[in-house]
Design a protein around this ligand. Structure first.
Ligand code: TYM
Length: 331
């Protein structure tokens, strides 16, 4: 069975963009792969975090993974900092990567620009993609389902794996990236040229998975739309409506074509009001499941078992990498 790996940061509560771009794909793929899902808390501390909030978000993220429909009997769910192999391999990957290639990462440039005004930029923010490459490579991962914003990091992961294999020994699998057909980049509700992000200063731009469902419906109703009145999927000329159609098709079993037909004679108001109801209902049901997991007491056991299982697999690869690089004694 092939191996799948993906991760989400507990730097805030995930948005419906994260759900559509990541979690939904995870659920669709869980039966076909030996799947590892990680709460990447070590990535979160590359920018300042409140200690208590980070702990709370980490736990909520575990519940959100499961509420999305992942079955803990089939998959491995764990917290990055509880599996030491990640940090060990990250150091090795830092010594394989070059400063120049890290400085070219657009996410680094964006975050560094924002951070600069506040507290300065941590070394971790620059070397973040080395940790991400380590996350993926220590499981011998074949496929990484992610949203489109992670494409550049995945390209670098492939480059680092190939460089490691040719410089040392052929031990790493070069992974493939997988983006969803629709919804690989859900856009902000108040500016459809910008990615929807949980760290947006404007609350109207995103819907968090734990937002009040009625307030979320309101955000949809007041989403920025385009000039004209046709409900057509046209990313170039109608980015606002295209984004809302993508959200609609992702949360229901209706295709974009079906939605275009259904709303052929409707105006934006009716369309947005209906989508608001879809989102509201989705969040009500989703949050019931999240609360169930948070209250069930099973979460800690699932995460404990996940860390043991993940370590068992990752430690073997880390040992191979260390041997290839000449670290430690020959055993
Ligand atoms: P993160 O936590 O920012 O996002 C988690 C996942 O959600 C996707 N995503 C989106 N998809 C569609 N539309 C959006 N607006 C949107 N925003 C985010 C992301 O592409 C991602 O799939 N560096 C990663 C976490 C990570 C990781 C890994 C992922 C660390 N190690 C190894 C895969 C494999 C990140 O910051 O994702």
């Amino acid at each position: 069975m092939k191996t799948l790996f993906s991760g989400v940061q507990p730097s805030g509560i995930p948005t419906i963009g994260n759900y559509i771009g990541a979690y939904k794909q995870f659920v669709e793929l869980q039966d076909e792969y030996d799947a590892y899902f990680c709460i990447v808390d070590q990535h979160a501390i590359t920018v300042p975090q409140d200690r208590l909030k980070l702990r709370d978000n980490t736990k909520k993220l575990a519940a959100i993974y499961l509420a999305s429909g992942l079955d803990p009997e089939k998959i491995t769910l764990f917290i990055q900092s509880e599996v030491p192999a990640h940090a060990k391999a990250a150091w090795m990957m830092q010594c394989v990567g070059y400063i120049g290639e890290l400085e070219r990462m657009t996410q680094y440039k964006d975050k560094a620009r924002k951070q600069n005004q506040r507290d300065g930029i941590s070394v971790g923010l620059l070397t973040y993609p080395s940790l991400m490459a380590a996350d993926i490579l220590i499981y011998g991962t074949d496929i990484v389902p992610v949203g489109e914003d992670q494409g550049q990091h995945l390209e670098l992961t492939r480059t680092l794996a190939e460089r490691f294999n040719s410089k040392y020994n052929d031990v790493l699998t070069v992974p493939e990236v997988k983006h969803p057909e629709y919804g690989g980049r859900i856009m902000s509700l108040n500016d459809p040229t910008k990615k929807m992000s949980k760290s947006d200063d404007n609350q109207k731009g995103f819907i968090s998975l734990l937002d009040d469902p009625k307030a979320a419906a309101k955000k949809i109703r007041s989403a920025v739309t385009d000039s004209g009145s046709d409900i057509k999927y046209d990313k170039e000329n109608k980015p606002g409506i295209a984004n809302l159609l993508t959200i609609y098709t992702s949360l229901t079993d209706k295709s974009i074509q079906q939605l275009e037909q259904e709303y052929a004679d409707s105006n934006y108001g009716t369309f947005k009001s209906d989508l608001g109801e879809v989102v509201e209902q989705f969040l009500i049901e989703f949050q019931e499941k999240v609360n169930h997991y948070l209250e069930s007491g099973a979460l800690d056991d699932i995460l404990d078992e996940g860390a043991v299982k993940a370590s068992r697999k990752a430690d073997k690869m880390v040992a191979k990498m260390e041997r290839a690089m000449g670290l430690g004694r020959k055993r």
